[in-house]
Design a protein around this ligand. Structure first.
Ligand code: FES
Length: 155
């Protein structure tokens, strides 16, 4: 979808900005908000570009730099933190060879922290793109990442 089409779908009122930014980022293969799209959005919504960037910067879910095909977001809120999120980070960092905020050289994975994902009952939890995973253990994480790698190697 073009930026224009997304704006048309929701309407160009300011209250729709977050949803539009969300859709824009989701449809980007590298899951980020690029400058050209934001410039078009600014024109379409009649909101200054600096204002749009300021709004998007406030939310950790938005990125202005390209990310991997699979965006891993580990919940860092207190329940997940207490039940092992720091260890989950370490496992993924060592398995993928990247630190928080980085992307693997093959462009496949980006690792980020996030606030509560709304599935605290299965803490520690994470999301990979739109899919949620809970009750994480080292073994479970290895399985999930191996499955993704296997799927990608067949493409
Ligand atoms: S605290 Fe982690 S999902 Fe809510």
């Amino acid at each position: 979808m073009t930026v224009k089409e997304i704006v048309k779908r929701y309407g160009n009122k300011r209250e729709n900005l977050l949803q539009i930014l969300h859709d824009l980022q989701n449809q980007s293969p590298q899951k980020y908000l690029n400058k050209k799209d934001l410039e078009i959005l600014s024109e379409e919504m009649k909101i200054p570009l600096s204002d749009i960037v300021g709004t998007a910067s406030f939310y950790s879910m938005f990125s202005f730099t390209p990310r991997g095909k699979y965006l891993i977001r580990i919940c860092e809120s207190p329940p997940c933190h207490l039940l092992g999120a720091p260890a989950i980070f370490k496992v993924i960092e060592s398995k993928l060879g990247i630190k928080e905020g980085e992307t693997t050289p093959d462009g496949l994975f980006t690792l980020e922290g996030t606030s509560c994902l709304g599935i605290c009952g299965v803490a520690p939890a994470m999301m990979i793109n739109e899919e949620a995973y809970g009750n994480l253990t080292e073994e479970k994480i290895s399985q999930i990442l191996d499955q993704i790698r296997e799927k990608e190697s067949k493409r």
